[in-house]
Design a protein around this ligand. Sequence first.
Ligand code: AMP
Length: 251
Amino acid sequence: MSTQSNRAAWFQGGEAECDIKPGARARAFRLVLLGPPGVGKGTQAELLCQSLGTCHLSTGDVFRAASCQNEPSPALKSALDAMRRGELVSDGLVVSMVQERSGCLSCSGGFLLDGFPRTVSQAEALDELLEREGVTIDAVLAYELPLTEIVDRLSGRRTCSKCKAVYHVSARPSLKEGVCDLCGGELIQREDDRPESIRVRMRAYEESTRPLADYYSRNGRLVSVSADGSPEAILERSLKELQARATLSRS
Ligand code: AMP
């Protein structure tokens, strides 16, 4: 049985329910992924979710899904404008969006947060939300990679316009150029993967997100992982690190 859910509660918020019943998974993992844009967090998130059977909760995915709405609210519109420029969306808006979905944090299937938190203030808000929901984070996996490699990965990245599968023009090409192997959708370059946006995103990461590593290392939750090599090699490294922390054997 597949343990992957359609993540309706995460994508739609409100009363939406996922197609997987709570308790369907043997063990709930609660993880946060950190790392600069382009380090391969999204790919690792997918692979980790397949291995651990937990849910991939990406705030960027929620914004991208919302960008298809015909009449976005003024707050959402300004968030989407910030996103297109490669800037961070305001803490207030992101936190209230996660707050509306806080059921996903206490879901017995666990979670893997990708792209949230991105600032210390968001991390503090997440800690408060988790405390309220009565759950704790097992580990914060922080992926590290040299800047030159990051720029290469981002500028070559292509995303399926339909199912959001991620490819790379040289490292992970689709079988047919420009076409998704999984659903036949058109492969596109995300607006924020263009060179001018990449520079802005890297600056935002250095200024706002890197301090999070200190935040999480202070209370022993940080696990640094090299993001060098193939996605499978990085996954193996990540699982070993989790095992070393004995998170895999906890029930
Ligand atoms: P991602 O897919 O995680 O790279 O997110 C894409 C874009 O969505 C980012 O460049 C931001 O503009 C916005 N975004 C996603 N998550 C957050 C967050 N936690 N805080 C601020 N902005 C965010």
